[in-house]
Design a protein around this ligand. Structure first.
Ligand SMILES: Cc1ncc(C[n+]2csc(CCOP(=O)(O)OP(=O)(O)O)c2C)c(N)n1
Ligand SMILES: [Mg+2]
Length: 344
């Protein structure tokens, strides 16, 4: 028997969601899941190099948080587990897949690869290979929008930044330094810890003196909330509240989303350390199946409508692979291009 930290079932009575919104959230999660499954296939066929970290199981967090933001205006900062965050931000699947194939048409021009997705247009501040490296970058982005809005009087700078990172990252120094500054300066930022219980092979409970990460917000006088990261409606609800606070100038929030990755740490990880029982327990809480059940129960979707979304998304993924395959490699004579911003 495994004893797992989970939260009581989220009460959906307060949720107001239209059919259109429901289908959009479903499609976003399916896009993430199907994209990652295709990545695994392509990686094992030798189409990608280096480390590739998949997001299966955690989709409700990317969808619930990012789809509550203003697309192409608010900022998102990711980690090396960044494909699905990029997709939720609106970076086309073609450009993400081409980046993983190291092609010139990728969102980072084939120079970044899986762990370094970037899109100025879609306000994706980047994937970062070093654990916790994105936290100061995101904090800086939040500082600049506040500065533009309050000091320079730019009303269009009412922007919110979301910073994603893992449970392992929450033990790094940047986490504490940045939460302190963000709270002190009331920055418009939301720190989202995706607590999937593991940092490669290190169990979260063995690595930290206080495993309930959301409680660490209190020492900075910052609101900290825990949420069921397998329930997209629960995540969306806490995100909406935190975004409204940040946009109103009331400062940052720390959200701890309880989740699980359904695959190994990276595609090079044989995933032998996590117990069978633990994997089974969390596998039964699949966020996509849970949300499909909600949609049926509330007459927001028919089986055939969801199947139609799945077919459409599969076609997008297949097209992305073809695009990536047919795209050119970067030209070696342009090795130094894009090193500086003015090369763009
Ligand atoms: C500064 C730094 N230290 C160590 C590593 C090696 N490393 C890569 S991923 C990882 C685990 C991070 O776990 P977590 O923050 O929980 O994120 P998850 O992989 O679970 O999404 C470690 C230690 C690194 N990339 N950067
Ligand atoms: Mg983790």
């Amino acid at each position: 028997m495994v004893s797992e930290r989970i939260l009581p079932e989220f009460n959906t009575a307060s949720v107001r969601i239209t059919k259109e919104e429901g289908l959009l959230l479903y499609e976003d999660m399916i896009l993430g899941r199907f994209f990652e499954d295709k990545c695994a296939e392509m990686y094992y066929r030798g189409k990608m190099f280096g480390f590739v970290h998949l997001y299966n199981g955690q989709e409700a967090i990317s969808t619930g948080i990012i789809r509550a933001l203003r697309r192409d205006r608010d900022y998102v900062c990711s980690t090396y587990r960044d494909h699905v965050h990029a997709l939720s931000c609106g970076v086309p699947a073609r450009e993400v897949m081409a980046e993983l194939f190291g092609k010139e048409t990728g969102c980072s021009k084939g120079r970044g690869g899986s762990m370094h997705l970037f899109s100025a247009q879609h306000r994706l501040l980047g994937g970062y290979a070093f654990v916790a490296e994105g936290i100061p970058v995101a904090t800086g982005a939040a500082f600049q929008s506040k500065y533009r809005r309050e000091v320079m009087g730019d009303e269009s700078a009412d922007l919110v930044t979301v910073c994603f990172f893992g449970d392992g990252a929450s033990n790094n120094g940047q986490f504490f330094e940045c939460l302190n500054m963000a709270a002190l300066w009331k920055l418009p930022i939301i720190y989202v810890v995706e607590n999937n219980k593991w940092a490669i092979g290190m169990a979260h409970d063995r690595a930290t003196s206080q495993p309930e990460i959301y409680k660490k917000a209190s020492v900075f006088q910052m609101p900290g909330v825990e949420v069921d990261g397998m329930d997209v409606l629960a995540v969306r609800s806490v995100a909406q509240e935190a975004i409204a606070r940040a946009r109103a100038g009331e400062g940052p929030t720390l959200i701890e989303a309880l989740t699980y990755r359904f695959r190994g740490h990276s595609l090079a990880d044989p995933d032998e350390l996590r117990s069978h029982d633990e994997k089974q327990f969390w596998g039964a809480r699949d966020p996509i199946k849970k949300f499909a059940a909600y949609l049926f129960e509330h007459n927001l979707a028919e089986h055939e409508e969801l199947k139609e979304i799945e077919r459409r998304v599969q076609a997008i993924i297949d097209d992305a692979v073809q695009f990536a395959q047919e795209s050119p490699e970067p030209d070696p004579s342009e090795l130094y291009r894009y090193v500086f911003a003015e090369d763009e």
